[in-house]
Design a protein around this ligand. Structure first.
Ligand SMILES: [Zn+2]
Length: 422
């Protein structure tokens, strides 16, 4: 957030140039995000080769910008197992059809189920009391378990719920109302039966039956690629700028998860910084890494640490960019408490230049691609934006509604920050 003062007004010609520059940064980010979230990329997941197409598009951008490959080409291939839902999903409660992604999601580890199932309504005691549990399990065969657990935000209780759900998925389809908004994910494994999370009031304790046609496809050794390109600076040290380009793909043909904020916005920031440093030679070498497989459990960054395309000991800092699309409430720096000097530098630049409303410090968290680096002792931080829209891991995380409130200011903050690293 750049505040206008009498000084910037006095320097009108200069601020005009700056305004044009920042508009151009935001406009090209819009173009990148619009492209990566378009149906042609299928949500950059595991149906219709969505993630593979995104990798190729990003490599084309590297070529256009003038980045150089580290290996023989821009790709760093690897494999992982992942569950997918290429076929259409049918869910109806007492004959009322539910819309995929809006009225329901299937748990990412869901298996298959087909036919009409009678709903067996269960309270926590039916499953947590050992004697009643034995009786409950006896009546579930051939039916669907409908869980009526009290709403909670307590992490331990939610964990207990998740464990019992996972256990039930060995025996029968499981249905439950959502604990909050519908938030999808990815899974490297598949259970025998599905878990269906229902969003609205369609599911009550007097619901009788559910019709299901759910078909999963567990992809063994899915081929994925990180996309690596670099700009040479001086010396032997590296700055690694990372952003994952994969997202959740499709939950059946009708529900696409576009992943505009998560993380087409981060890829847009990575490409924007790459364009800048390709034209303005940096002090240190910079490696740009568009990671694959993040949503399936940090598979791409895990592989980078194993494969070591560059000497990990020479990495001055890994900067992970994920969720760059808002910023109304500033940014959070994960692992700031372990990288105090880098955090302080970011705060100082921001205090001087008034780029974003707040640079918030957060401790270590294994919630994105910086984590495998941190575990290996490589200095790393993760920056995400705060405020604005709340769409996340759902069908509403769209390019059209992503505000990019602080995108240009954030790009300038990163540029300044990278230039100060020694
Ligand atoms: Zn993400």
């Amino acid at each position: 957030m750049r505040t206008l003062s009498f000084l910037t007004l006095a320097l009108a010609p200069l601020s005009l140039v700056t305004a044009q520059g920042t508009d151009a940064v935001k406009a090209s980010a819009r173009a990148v995000i619009g492209t990566l979230t378009s149906p042609a990329f299928h949500g950059r997941g595991y149906v219709e080769n969505g993630d593979g197409l995104a990798a190729e598009w990003i490599a084309q951008q590297y070529t256009r910008i003038g980045l150089k490959p580290v290996k023989s080409d821009f790709y760093e291939p690897f494999q992982f197992n992942v569950n997918s839902f290429p076929d259409s999903l049918h869910v109806a409660i007492d004959g009322v059809r539910m819309v995929p992604g809006i009225d329901f999601i299937v748990d990412p580890a869901s298996g298959k189920a087909s036919g009409r199932y009678t709903l067996v309504h269960l309270e926590p005691d039916d499953l947590f009391d050992p004697e009643r549990r034995a009786m409950t399990m006896g009546v579930l065969t051939g039916q669907a378990a409908c869980l009526h657990f009290p709403k909670t935000t307590n992490a331990d209780t939610l964990h207990k719920y998740a464990e019992i759900e996972r256990d039930l998925m060995h025996y029968c389809p499981v249905v439950r109302p959502s604990h909050g908004k519908l938030t999808w994910g990815a899974s490297q494994e598949a259970m025998p039966f599905p878990l269906i999370e229902i969003a609205n009031a369609a599911l009550t304790d007097s619901s009788v039956a559910i019709d299901l046609r759910i078909q999963n496809k567990l992809i063994g050794r899915h081929e994925a690629r990180n996309v690596l390109g670099h700009v040479k600076g001086k010396g032997k040290k590296w700055i690694v700028i990372g952003a994952h380009y994969d997202h959740l793909g499709h939950m059946g043909p009708d529900a696409m998860f576009p992943g505009a904020n998560d993380n087409a916005s981060g890829v847009a920031m990575l490409l924007s910084l790459a364009e800048h440093f390709a034209k303005n030679k940096p002090k240190m070498n910079i490696l740009f890494v568009a990671f694959a497989g993040e949503e399936a459990g940090l598979a791409g960054s895990d592989w980078f640490i194993v494969d070591r395309p560059i000497d990990l000991g020479k990495i001055r800092l890994m900067l992970n960019l994920d969720i760059m699309g808002t910023g109304d409430e500033g940014i959070t720096v994960v692992n700031a408490t372990a990288r105090q000097a880098e955090y302080d530098a970011l705060v100082k630049i921001n205090d001087d230049k008034k780029y974003v409303p707040q640079v918030k410090s957060r401790g270590p968290a294994c919630n994105s691609d910086h984590c495998p680096f941190v575990k290996r002792g490589v200095p790393a931080i993760f920056v995400y934006t705060m405020g604005g829209i709340t769409a996340y891991h759902d069908v509403l995380d769209k390019a059209e509604t992503l505000p990019l409130t602080e995108f240009s200011d954030l790009q300038a903050l990163f540029r300044d920050f990278i230039s100060t690293l020694k």
